[in-house]
Write a protein that binds this ligand. Structure first.
Ligand code: BTN
Length: 258
């Protein structure tokens, strides 16, 4: 369904998507991009597939979408950044997709820590960044992006929290247009991020996040941490004010209480 030529025609990027690998079905675009990156494929290369049989989500979860409905893509990056900045690549990808979806839908798109994009408070996109670290430096990163474009139904367990552009706007968006917009926003922001300047994306992520100052609970496996969400830490964690003092967390599912 995705022709490489169609996806690249008119694409206005310098790096991202200059090389494109397209599939009808694949196990996971992230897994494929990691294999390609390990074999030396250049930065900016993008893998896109119409369907994944083993789509990967955060915390070892699976990411399932119906065939022919959504956008599933992964991008190889080789940024010159410090180890402390690696966690900020999710922030960079979130802001890029947020900008792209906002441009296409003319609706405010919210960032939710750590890796979600919300429209009308429901998740329409998830991001999974996977890294290869060698001798304390980043060899490559794979930025995986799953955007729910046309999917109309979701499994029972996520039904109340997940959505798609089709469900929110009652219209079918063009996946090619969204694909190109996402790549173009990644490309624009990467001119700073690739050199280690995350300030613009951190500022925009903060402006798109509505949980600061609110009471939240973070669930990490068997543990729950409650407190007030304060800010993003310099390395992409979430700073929370708890009864035991300030804590920075790096993983977990956030529920906003009030
Ligand atoms: C999450 O748990 O919210 C992250 C989901 C990330 C899913 C995308 S779909 C494209 C890419 N390939 C994968 O296997 N996962 C990511």
């Amino acid at each position: 369904m995705y022709s490489k030529e169609e996806l690249q025609r008119g694409l206005k990027t310098k790096i991202i998507g200059k090389k494109l690998f397209t599939f009808d079905t694949i196990d996971s675009t992230n897994a494929c991009a990691k294999t390609l990156a390990a074999a030396g494929t250049e930065e900016g290369a993008v893998v896109v597939s119409d369907f994944q049989t083993k789509g990967r989500g955060r915390q070892g979860r699976s990411w399932f979408t119906e065939p022919g409905t959504n956008l599933l893509l992964s991008c190889i990056l080789r940024p010159c950044i410090s180890m402390e900045q690696v966690g900020l690549l999710t922030i960079f990808a979130s802001v890029s997709v947020g900008r792209a979806l906002q441009a296409v839908t003319s609706t405010v798109v919210e960032c939710k820590w750590p890796n979600d994009l919300l429209i009308n408070k429901k998740k329409c996109c998830g991001i999974l960044v996977e890294n290869s670290i060698n001798k304390q430096s980043l060899e490559y990163a794979v930025v995986g992006i799953g955007i729910n474009v046309k999917q109309k139904s979701f499994p029972q367990e996520i039904k109340g929290r997940a959505t798609s552009l089709a469900l929110e706007f009652g219209t079918e968006f063009d996946r090619r247009e969204i694909f190109q917009k996402v790549l173009e926003e990644l490309d624009v922001l990467y001119s700073d991020v690739g050199k280690g300047n995350f300030e613009p994306v951190i500022n925009e992520w903060n402006a798109r996040c509505t949980m600061f100052g609110r009471k939240i609970t973070v669930t990490q496996a068997e543990t729950k941490i409650s407190g007030t969400a304060l800010r993003l830490s310099d390395d992409g964690g979430l700073v929370i004010d708890t009864v035991e003092g300030k804590k920075t967390i790096y993983a977990g599912d956030v529920t906003v209480i009030v």
